[in-house]
Design a protein around this ligand. Structure first.
Ligand SMILES: NC(=O)c1ccc[n+]([C@@H]2O[C@H](COP(=O)([O-])OP(=O)(O)OC[C@H]3O[C@@H](n4cnc5c(N)ncnc54)[C@H](O)[C@@H]3O)[C@@H](O)[C@H]2O)c1
Length: 510
């Protein structure tokens, strides 16, 4: 049987639009049921009840999945409640059209087809249903496409060309104002399959550090050139960017070539910045090999270098052409680096809430591909709504204002970025008045060997001074903080009193 695309997602996500956009052979289950019955879904619900409709839905779905003339099937919103349908779609490529609950509500309440949505009359029930179904979509999805790309789904799915058929592989489509790209996440994708996206042509220029290259450089062959820097944050400087630019020029790299950034966040930020600026911009493929990079820094297109005065002060937005994430590259990563990445996992899970936070709070392994993909999806959703940090993207800075200040006052040498973020998270939770959650997070961090105190030898005033250098601050105003109401509900642009900030930092260095 040839693989079909099975389109899943909540009401209003645009599954029917996507099925239509996939051309001849696109079938929408609700539409087929209505045509055959000669009445609307809402009327079938009203006349014969939900159980009758679900039986009809199951029968029609199974029939369409077995029909060789059908290429793509858009399932009804509740179809995944049927074990028979869940079993049948396992042999196909499941594409989740992902929509946030507010957009879904807006769409269904302004829909041309209100008769199709018998479950969309009560906003509270709608939200509850969304929360109930969300993790089910997540579990089943091979490909996740944002709802605002449903019309372009045919182009989006070409990113699957040449992708090996491997268990556990997921592709997330990253949408942003300045460019879209696929994120392929799969154990062994790089180390075993040597995957490189077919759509990214051009000679590969590997930019890496000595550790990442030694362990994984061979998986990216054939390379046209490679440039290696010394490992560590101390390499994220303009001087190192100049080394990379110079090496690229010496090798005769042109704009039709592509930079492969192989390594952690330092390499990703530096190589991305060099790609953004070399000859005014060459493409970059991010190939993250640390946990920090796989859950966070490889996505979203922020690139740059540090100044001695402050971190990440010079840079550019440069979205990657693709991201290749192989969790197996983490098997060579030192334990302390995995721990540093864990702080970013906890941060992301606190922002996401829901199933991701539940898994992380229950002690999930941070290198679990599902945890990595969950963090990636969380970041991509936020960046899609705000590429340039004007609003919601600031949420990703939970814990970072104090975290960056700790890195700055210690000359970037004492803490790994993730370690500083873990400490910053504790300060942010105290400032949020989340005392019990702070204890829970401190326990999670401590269980992975992360510091929960910043002492000894640190002084309060330089840290407070360094927080004022935060890039989110505008003009002479106070530094805005990201605070947390509850997991899943972070808020940005919050002002805290100087006394509260002092107390939260003092507690860390006591
Ligand atoms: N651009 C963004 O959106 C963003 C987001 C978060 C963090 N960051 C940046 O990321 C940086 C931190 O990244 P990081 O924590 O990955 O640090 P890193 O890049 O310094 O890597 C940590 C260490 O792991 C080594 N290493 C990398 N891959 C390895 C592997 N597979 N096996 C063995 N060793 C390996 C490196 O050589 C290095 O010694 C910071 O500069 C931070 O500002 C950027």
């Amino acid at each position: 049987m040839t693989r079909k695309f099975v389109l899943i997602g909540f009401m209003g996500a645009g599954k029917s639009t996507a099925a239509r956009a996939l051309g001849p052979g696109g079938a929408d289950v609700d539409h087929v049921i209505e045509e055959r019955a000669g009445e609307s879904v809402r009327d079938i619900f009203a006349r014969a009840g939900e159980a009758h409709f679900r039986a009809l839905e199951e029968q029609t779905t199974l029939e369409l999945l077995a029909d060789p003339s059908v290429r793509a099937v858009a399932l009804g919103g509740g179809a995944l409640g049927s074990p028979a349908i869940r079993a049948a779609i396992a042999a196909h490529t499941v594409v989740w059209i992902d929509i946030d609950v507010d957009s879904a509500w807006h769409r269904v309440t302004h829909s041309h087809h209100p008769h199709r949505r018998p479950l969309a009359s009560d906003p509270e029930r709608f939200r509850a249903l969304y929360a109930e179904r969300h993790d089910g979509y997540w579990e089943l999805a091979d490909v996740i496409v944002p709802a605002n790309r449903a019309r372009e789904i045919a182009q989006v799915l070409t990113c699957l060309d040449g992708l090996p058929d491997r268990p556990g592989l997921r592709t997330l489509w990253a949408a942003s104002a300045s460019g879209d790209y696929p994120v392929h996440i799969g154990p062994g994708l790089l180390c075993e399959a040597g995957f490189w996206p077919a759509a990214v042509t051009g000679r590969r220029v590997i930019v890496s550090d000595y550790n990442a290259f030694r362990h994984h450089g061979a998986h990216l062959s054939p390379a046209f050139a490679d440039v290696r820097i010394m490992p560590g944050e101390q390499s994220k400087t303009i001087a190192h960017a100049e080394i990379v630019w110079t090496e690229m020029a010496r090798h005769g790299v042109t704009r039709s070539d592509v930079v492969a950034a192989l390594g952690g966040g330092v390499v990703g930020d530096l190589a991305g910045f060099c790609a953004a600026t070399y000859q005014r911009g060459v493409p970059v493929v991010q190939v993250p090999t640390t946990l920090v990079a796989q859950v966070d820094s490889a996505y979203g297109g922020k690139t740059g270098v540090d100044l001695p005065e402050a971190k990440n002060y010079v840079g550019a937005y440069h979205q990657p052409a693709a991201v290749i994430v192989d969790p197996l590259t983490l098997t060579t990563l030192p334990e302390a680096e995995v721990a540093a990445g864990y702080a970013e996992v906890v941060k992301t899970a606190l922002i996401a809430g829901g199933g991701l936070w539940e898994r992380v709070a229950a002690g999930a392994e941070p290198t679990d591909p599902a945890v990595i993909a969950g963090c990636a999806l969380t970041k991509l959703r936020i960046v899609a709504s705000d590429e340039r940090d004007g609003g919601p993207r600031q949420l990703l800075n939970l814990g970072h204002t104090v975290g960056h200040a700790l890195e700055t006052v210690t000359g970037y040498a004492r803490y790994r970025h993730g370690e500083a973020v873990g400490l910053g998270l504790l300060a942010a939770l105290r400032l949020s008045g989340q005392d019990a959650l702070r204890e829970q997070v401190a326990d999670l961090l401590a269980a992975r060997g992360l510091p929960t105190h910043a002492g000894p030898g640190l002084e309060l005033e330089p840290i407070i001074f360094a927080t004022a250098k935060d890039k989110k601050r505008t003009g002479e105003g106070p530094v805005p903080f990201v605070l947390l109401r509850t997991p899943g509900e972070a808020i940005y642009g919050q002002h805290v009193t100087p006394a509260a900030l002092r107390a939260a930092v003092k507690e860390l260095i006591a």
